[in-house]
Design a protein around this ligand. Sequence first.
Ligand SMILES: O=C(O)C1=C[C@@H](OP(=O)(O)O)[C@@H](O)[C@H](O)C1
Ligand SMILES: C=C(OP(=O)(O)O)C(=O)O
Length: 409
Amino acid sequence: MKLYLSAPENKTLNSAIKITGSKSESNRLLLLQALYPNIKIENLSNSDDAIVMQKGIKVSKGEVDIHHAGTAMRFLTTYFSCQDGKEVVLTGSKRMTERPIGVLVDALKSLGADITYLENSGYPPLHIKGKKITTNKVSLPANISSQYISSLVLTAPSLDNGLELELVGKITSVPYIKMTLALLTQIGVENSFEGNTIKVAPKKSVSNTTLVVESDWSSASYFYSIVAMSAVGTEITLSAYKKDSLQGDSVLADIYTDFGVETTFLDAKVVLKKITDKETQEITKDLSNAPDIAQTIAVTVFGLGLGCHLTGLHTLKIKETDRLEALKTELTKLGASITVTDKTLTIKPTTKINKDIAIDTYNDHRMGMAFAPLALKTNLFINDAGVVSKSYPDFWTDLKLLKFGVKEA
Ligand SMILES: O=C(O)C1=C[C@@H](OP(=O)(O)O)[C@@H](O)[C@H](O)C1
Ligand SMILES: C=C(OP(=O)(O)O)C(=O)O
């Protein structure tokens, strides 16, 4: 599906949007629910990634296809490795077979897991024969993906002896690890994270507990970008959010003050308001704790004619696509002056934005959603716009609620 996007006729959009549950929280809770069936989940994400997780975790024998879902791939690798009697082939999309998993597989093998690579060493698909794991100390590099760590931590309380992890090197995407540990705390699992050591105590069962997933902050980023590019006075209300979030991407509330957006928390809602068009001209940010909002920020900066130097982007090359190259290619088509390295992105201020450009999405939901707000500045096409369903299936419908022109081309 190719879409043609244009700005709403009334430039001051005031509207309320309810965003689906966080895919990160949802996939963690689905894993914990499989280990502890007394857990009930509310406001579960309706994303493709949560659907493949729900389906995959029920399989005992045969193939589990998690498509593009990194969290499902990583979280289920540990889960199945520790399920005595289950035997699966864990696979995904072509891109998933290019996303590394060797660090996690090596860690699991050192614990005694039975995992074999079916194609390339270090990459999915994996053949996993579940075993009872009793060894409880493991060490692994922490600078490539925090999902390997979250994966081990999530299954850890179900192991007879719990688990102690030693994290080697600079720890990346730290808030996601803290989210995992906070959810364990919420279900009564003792844990600690001090220095580079994580300890998780074993737990046999959990009493009836209902956990409510907060809505997705990464999805909220696209509305921050829309408000940033709108007239002073524009307001959008998003639900259901809280000030005390487990999601690291809630740092958006701080970051977008540089773009003139004020955030107010009201009950379970968050109100975004454009309060000034005197934006910070050059922004410098280290996004190693919030990699998923890098695309949104880069597009906001370009749309506002500002400059930026973003660092801490070393994980972007192994996500749904090489996001640094994809941003460079697509922003250049629009007229940006952009340079990237393997971990940084720099944009120089420009005033002109090319019209009617077709943005390629590279099977990456965030490429479609991050570029959409630019319709406030110029008309544009989004190729393969269905990609958004990976995390936010209702994105285009919600954009229509804001009166954007969203037409099949
Ligand atoms: O644990 C999680 O839910 C996630 C961790 C991050 O990945 P990395 O740790 O690989 O950066 C993030 O990019 C991804 O969208 C979700
Ligand atoms: C990187 C992402 O997801 P995952 O790694 O879970 O596929 C994302 O949603 O931006």
